[in-house]
Design a binder for this molecule. Structure first.
Ligand code: ADP
Ligand code: MG
Length: 155
């Protein structure tokens, strides 16, 4: 994957209100500005990496880039599910991420149950991959310690 690792940060905005949270898998959506700055040839699909809200702790995450065929979206979206339980929502905050690796392409699912179980597998895969020494070191990257207030795509 040519663009990886990919560093980016930007504001968390309201998504499509599809109820990801009700499924137990909230996804923090990036603003359109951030999405438009993504390399246009980055493959759609599911990725894993590291994420941090504001200047908080760095957590594991899974990320989806694409058109979300399950919901027949017409817009591209970049959505981060942080593998951590937060006390509160963080709309409007700056989310910093590094996309480390690719898991799978986007797929269509026959049922909500099938979608949820695929995402659970993605989360397990992300946890395993990110424990590898070469991936753990990105958690400590200076990118996560920079002062805030700037939208940066790939530094
Ligand atoms: P939306 O359609 O607005 O994106 P979601 O149901 O996907 O709604 O919920 C996303 C919101 O949930 C995020 O913007 C964030 O404020 C909050 N949130 C709480 N915990 C998490 C988490 N672990 N990962 C991502 N977002 C979370
Ligand atoms: Mg969302």
């Amino acid at each position: 994957m040519r663009h990886l690792p990919y560093f980016c940060r930007g504001e968390v905005v309201k998504g499509f209100g599809r109820g990801s949270k009700e499924l137990g898998i909230p996804t923090a959506n990036f603003s359109e500005q951030v999405v438009e700055n993504f390399p246009s040839d980055i493959s759609t699909g599911i990725y894993y990496g590291w994420a941090c809200v504001g200047n908080g702790d760095v957590h594991k995450m899974v990320l989806s880039i694409g058109w979300n065929p399950f919901y027949k979206n017409t817009k591209k979206s970049v959505e981060t599910h942080i593998i951590h339980t937060f006390k509160e929502d963080f709309y409007g905050e700056i989310l910093s991420i590094v996309i480390v690796g690719y898991i799978r392409p986007e797929k269509n699912f026959d049922s909500l149950e099938a979608l949820i179980s695929a995402i659970q597998e993605d989360i397990e895969e992300a946890k395993r991959q990110l424990d590898l020494p070469e991936h753990l070191k990105l958690k400590e990257d200076n990118f996560f310690h920079l002062p805030e207030g700037k939208t940066v795509n790939n530094r």
